[in-house]
Design a protein around this ligand. Structure first.
Ligand SMILES: Nc1ncnc2c1ncn2[C@@H]1O[C@H](COP(=O)(O)OP(=O)(O)OP(=O)(O)O)[C@@H](O)[C@H]1O
Length: 683
């Protein structure tokens, strides 16, 4: 259809009928259907065709509107400027509206803008059909399609001298964002103005899609960066030519290189793997390097390699579809920390757990506190069960090393051949049976913390030499390794042997003894701790598990028996005795009958011992052997009694056990413990 003079005249008459009360008989079919539909909607909205009316926002609303549509305004503005540069001076102005018909931006000839103000066509004005009737902005938004509205097709009288073209703007999902409009006051209608608007709108829609995709890429990249930075591993991304395209902060720190210096460089010019100058062929490494301990060498540097756990994976399925490589590095130190966490290399005791108020107990705690205040080696000496490990853990927990691991190793419990690899670790293939991967030793695992070498007196001589080296150099060398590793470990050693005797027997190295013997703490045996025995017994009665949650007490008759007993197994023996009593008793009191046999018979043994002492003394005197009564003390009572019994009975086990009031099994156990050979007492 053409916008002819005839159409214009017919339109005028149709509009007059339509807007008067009497329009029933009029034939409107010559009007473009989309226009007539819009007139009907305008009437339905009760838009007054003779009134100049619009909803205009106040300044703060306009500011909020601009903010909410800033991206749209920013994107469309250059297109409006370009269009305007084409039509400048020819009586046009351009408008951008949001999806609700509010004018967001306006650009045009000065006199046109001034004229538009009179028709209330300003930023913040609403041009939706419901407010302004049929007009290119409102109708374009209503039908979501491009439209050109010729003068007389407008619904409101004040717009009927304009001709306008609008095209809808959509976001990347197809949702309506607004429309771009070009308005002229001339009566000449050119379809190419609609064409211009449509090509601008096409460009805008495409740009919005690209911007959206770009935003998504940007936010994905921001997410990727934060994931890269959030992980504790070092991550390096390589392109298909093995050039570094990204490196997280951890990787930069681990490899001592800044991202700036690394990006764009081939990975082989920075590091090599396992052997110096061996290029990293990551494709070959992929299957082999899945969380594997590896030496990383720095290209062009002859410094010792650093151990990492390394994993290699490809972006894309395989090398054929290679889009790059991801290398994950974990510091051995960090993995060791994890191992320590999982293996429970943690000290749980503190000084507050060392019970007892006797003066030996107080002296013990104050010595341990002193030891905690410095980092020298500590040697804990004392019988079994006196609390050496408890003391070691408490020292660790109060020391500078408290945040590091506490790794305890019992040198007597490990097979001789394994102690060295357990302590110092080994490299892959270091010996037959060594795993494919190397393994850190306890010293490496204890790095930054304390290593507790229990039963150090049982350490083989060759391992003593290696231990001495570690103590002197503060470096460990794994078995089969070419390089040393610096460690910062506090050493606490313990033994129930007489180390000086071992030194003179040449079964313990003198130099190691002096290295360890910097701070020596003598653990008091329980029998020397007086009232502590009762205090500890109460403590165990109250704290050890009892099946029915009873409040356990100890009857007053029990304490003298406990205090008289010699406690060869020390606090561990007392703890076991109380635990056993708790399990035996039916109620909430521990009475003498709940104590183990050896504690109950001990008193009789002592009495019998006193009676037979004189008898034995005279017999020994006859044999010209002085009775070592003067050397009797509580600490040696157990052992001496067995000696005397065996002497008196000529090494007869049954008679000695009867004399001492203990079972033969107990006698055998004790002879074993004190290294007594009954054969020496037989003729
Ligand atoms: N002063 C104390 N207060 C409370 N409990 C203690 C005390 N001393 C030791 N114990 C407890 O006694 C038991 C034995 O202690 P620990 O294992 O430390 O002795 P040890 O001297 O290292 O023994 P071994 O030489 O046989 O290894 C542990 O259950 C410990 O908690």
């Amino acid at each position: 259809m053409q916008f002819t003079k005839e159409y214009q005249e017919k339109l005028q008459s149709a509009w007059e009928h339509f807007t008067s009360e009497d329009d029933e008989q009029f034939d409107y079919t010559f009007i473009r259907p989309m226009i007539f539909q819009s007139w009907l909607r305008s009437r339905m909205y009760q838009v007054n065709p003779f009134e100049k009316k619009t909803a205009i926002m106040d300044l703060s609303e306009i500011a909020a509107l601009a903010k909410a549509n800033s991206r749209l305004i920013k994107t469309v503005r250059p297109y409006m400027e370009k269009l305007y540069s084409i039509v400048e001076g020819s009586g046009y102005f351009l408008l951008l509206s949001d999806k609700d018909g509010y004018v967001l931006d306006l650009i045009g000839d000065h006199e046109m803008i001034e004229q538009a103000k009179e028709s209330l066509l300003v930023v913040g004005a609403n041009r939706s059909e419901s407010v302004a009737g049929t007009n290119a902005i409102g109708t374009c938004l209503a039908i979501q399609a491009p439209i050109q509205i010729w003068n007389g097709e407008h619904y409101v009288i004040s717009h009927r001298h304009y001709s306008c073209s609008s095209g809808p703007i959509f976001d990347s999902t197809g949702a309506l964002l607004g429309c771009l409009n070009i308005t002229g006051s001339n009566t000449e209608i050119h379809t190419h103005t609609l064409g211009m608007v449509l090509s601008a709108v096409d460009g805008i829609n495409k740009e919005l899609k690209i911007r959206k995709a770009y935003d998504e890429i940007e936010s994905m990249s921001a997410q990727r960066n934060s994931i890269l930075e959030a992980v504790t591993s070092g991550l390096i991304l390589l392109n298909e030519d093995d050039e570094i395209i990204q490196m997280n902060g951890n990787a930069q720190r681990m490899l001592h290189i800044s991202g700036q210096n690394a990006i764009g460089r081939n990975i082989n010019s920075i590091i090599s793997i396992d052997e110096p100058d061996q290029r990293c062929n990551f494709y070959a490494l992929k299957s082999a390097y899945s969380d594997k301990e590896t030496d990383i060498y720095f290209a062009g540097s002859y410094t010792a390699p650093i151990k990492f756990r390394i994993s290699v994976s490809f972006v894309g399925q395989d090398k054929m579809h290679d889009r790059g490589t991801v290398i994950r590095l974990d510091e051995a130190k960090y993995i060791n920390k994890l191992v320590n966490k999982v293996s429970g290399f943690k000290a749980s005791y503190h000084f507050s757990n060392i019970m007892g108020s006797s003066s030996p107990a107080r002296f013990l705690v104050s010595s341990c506190e002193k030891a905690a205040r410095n980092s020298s080696n500590v040697l804990l000496l004392g019988e079994s069960g006196t609390g050496k490990e408890l003391a070691a853990q408490s020292i660790h927990n109060a020391s500078y090393y408290r945040d590091g691991p506490f790794v305890a190793i019992n040198c007597a419990a490990l097979p001789k051949g394994l102690i060295e690899s357990e302590l110092f670790g080994y490299e892959k293939g270091a010996f037959t049976g060594a795993g494919k991967e190397g393994n850190p030793g306890k010293f490496e695992l204890a790095d930054g913390g304390t290593i507790f070498l229990d039963e150090i007196g049982d350490m083989p001589l060759d391992v003593q030499a290696s231990l001495l080296r570690v103590i002197q150099t503060r470096e460990v060398v794994r078995i089969g390794a070419k390089y040393t590793k610096k460690i910062d470990v506090r050493i606490i050693a313990a033994t129930n042997r007489n180390l000086l005797e071992e030194v003179s027997n040449k079964s313990f190295r003198q130099d190691l003894y002096y290295r360890l013997n910097v701070l020596t703490i003598q653990m008091p045996p329980l029998r020397d701790r007086g009232d502590d025995i009762c205090e500890l017994a109460d403590h165990f009665a109250q704290t050890l598990y009892n099946p029915w949650g009873r409040r356990m007490t100890i009857s007053p008759q029990v304490y003298p028996l406990l205090k008289k007993y010699s406690w060869p197994g020390n606090i561990r023996e007392l703890e076991n005795a109380i635990e056993r009593a708790i399990n035996i008793t039916d109620d909430d009191q521990i009475r003498p009958e709940h104590l183990p046999e050896q504690i109950l018979v001990w008193e009789n043994t002592l009495e019998r011992f006193d009676q037979s002492k004189n008898e034995m003394a005279s017999q020994l005197n006859q044999l010209n052997q002085p009775l070592p009564v003067s050397s009797f003390n509580l600490g040696k009572k157990d052992c001496d009694l067995i000696h005397l019994g065996l002497k008196q009975t000529g090494g007869n086990i049954r008679k000695t056990a009867d004399l001492l009031g203990i079972s033969r099994r107990t006698l055998y156990r004790r002879m074993d413990k004190y290294g007594i050979d009954y054969g020496n007492f037989r003729d």
